[in-house]
Structures are given as structure tokens and as C-alpha cells.
Design a protein around this ligand. Structure first.
Ligand SMILES: Nc1nc2c(ncn2[C@@H]2O[C@H](COP(=O)(O)OP(=O)(O)OP(=O)(O)O)[C@@H](O)[C@H]2O)c(=O)[nH]1
Ligand SMILES: [Zn+2]
Length: 202
């Protein structure tokens, strides 16, 4: 007799198994919130939530510095600011595990190496996909670029909205938080700082 595999099973859909104790934790949260985790619409929810959280927190599985290991040493005499603007990201605050959504501007003034620009967004994602506060996220991205590219300067500005301030608590939709971290010439030299912030639109 041939084994018939249910096309809706986790196995057939290539989904990774979720340990029972993790599903239990989510069932507990559902019933504590006032709903019945055994009703039809919620039956598979614990598995979905668990897998979603693995994805939101994928950054724990990587060292973002890895993305900066492939450098181009030939910069063709380019000695001006490189800026990546409006990089969208999603993170989660470590206080409420609520979404933080925003955009980042990442700039550096290369010394002798540049990286593919997508790598700057990858570094941002590597740190954003963890439980964060915005200040630490900003500092970690800047430090990673500063340490690994050894440029003349690094500037990171992040502008974001915090779900814990919009959907709950003080409930102030539209409020934005801006954080910045500067290193090297952007920190020390007034003109460089003004130039980079103005390129970023601040
Ligand atoms: N500095 C900083 N604060 C954050 C960030 N994300 C969330 N918060 C704040 O973390 C604080 C946690 O405060 P608590 O008093 O411990 O928690 P709470 O009682 O839920 O606070 P409320 O949000 O005011 O209801 C809140 O003021 C949040 O607005 C962040 O990225 N940076
Ligand atoms: Zn929060």
C-alpha cells in the first residue's frame, strides 16, 4: 500500500516542525487574551506564529559583519560620500515585541575599500531582525561598518514608528523617532557632518 501524504501537511508544504512547548506557549497567550486556541481558525495559529517569530528574529542566526567581507579595493579614485537612503526595515521592540517600522540612511566616506551597496541594507537587516531598541540598532549598524570597512567616516540615521506607541499604550499614531550615530570625520568635522546630514535630507 502506498503512503498518501496530505498535501496540506507541514511535511508536504516543506514547513519545519515547531516544538510542542513553543506551540503551547502561544496557545496560552491566545487563551489569556480571551480567545479559544482550539477553535478552527486558530488551530494552526501557534505554528504560524512560531515560524513568523523565527523569521522576525532571523538576525540571531547571522553575523552581519559577514556581509562586509566582500570588498572592492579598487575605488577608482572615488573619495566622496557613499549614501544609501530610504532603506526600509522592520524590527521588534524588546520591551513589547511590537513592530518597529521605518527607514534608514547609511553613509560612509571610504578610505580604501567599498562594498556592494546591497550589503549595507543586509547589515541593517541583520541587526533589525532581532529584539531591539532603536538606539542600539542605530549604534550596531554604524559600529559594524566602522569596524569592518575602516572608512574615514560613518553616519547612520534611522527614522521609525513604534507599534508599542501607536497600537497600544500612549496611542500616538504618526509619531516618529529619529536616532543617529556618527563616527570619524562625520563626528569630528563640522563641515563633513553638515554635508552628510544634508545629503540624507536632515
Ligand atoms: N528609548 C527607547 N524606548 C523604546 C523603544 N521602543 C519602545 N520604547 C519604550 O520603552 C518604554 C517601556 O516602558 P515601561 O514603562 O517599562 O513599559 P510600559 O508600561 O508598557 O510603558 P508604556 O509604553 O508607556 O505604556 C516605553 O516608554 C516605550 O515607548 C526604543 O527603541 N527606544
Ligand atoms: Zn515597545
Amino acid at each position: 500500500m502506498t503512503n498518501v501524504v496530505d498535501p496540506n501537511s507541514d511535511e508536504a508544504r516543506g514547513k519545519s516542525p515547531v516544538p510542542e512547548h513553543v506551540q503551547d506557549a502561544i496557545r496560552t497567550l491566545i487563551s489569556w487574551s480571551g480567545d479559544d486556541p482550539e477553535r478552527e481558525g486558530l488551530i494552526d495559529t501557534p505554528k504560524r506564529v512560531a515560524r513568523a517569530w523565527l523569521e522576525y528574529c532571523q538576525g540571531y542566526q547571522e553575523d552581519p559583519a559577514v556581509h562586509l567581507s566582500r570588498v572592492f579595493n579598487e575605488v577608482g579614485g572615488y573619495d566622496e560620500v557613499v549614501l544609501l537612503k530610504d532603506i526600509p526595515f522592520q524590527s521588534h521592540c524588546e520591551h513589547h515585541m511590537a513592530p518597529i517600522t521605518g527607514k534608514a540612511a547609511i553613509a560612509y566616506l571610504p578610505k580604501d575599500k567599498v562594498v556592494g551597496i546591497s550589503k549595507l541594507a543586509r547589515v541593517l537587516n541583520g541587526y533589525a531582525r532581532r529584539l531591539q531598541i532603536q538606539e542600539r540598532l542605530t549604534a550596531e549598524v554604524a559600529q559594524c561598518i566602522w569596524d569592518n570597512l575602516q572608512p574615514h567616516g560613518v553616519a547612520v540615521v534611522i527614522e521609525a514608528q513604534h507599534g508599542c506607541m501607536t497600537g497600544r499604550g500612549v496611542r500616538t499614531p504618526g509619531v516618529g523617532m529619529i536616532t543617529s550615530r556618527l563616527h570619524g570625520c562625520f563626528l569630528e568635522d563640522h563641515r563633513s557632518r553638515k554635508e552628510v546630514l544634508s545629503l540624507m535630507g536632515y
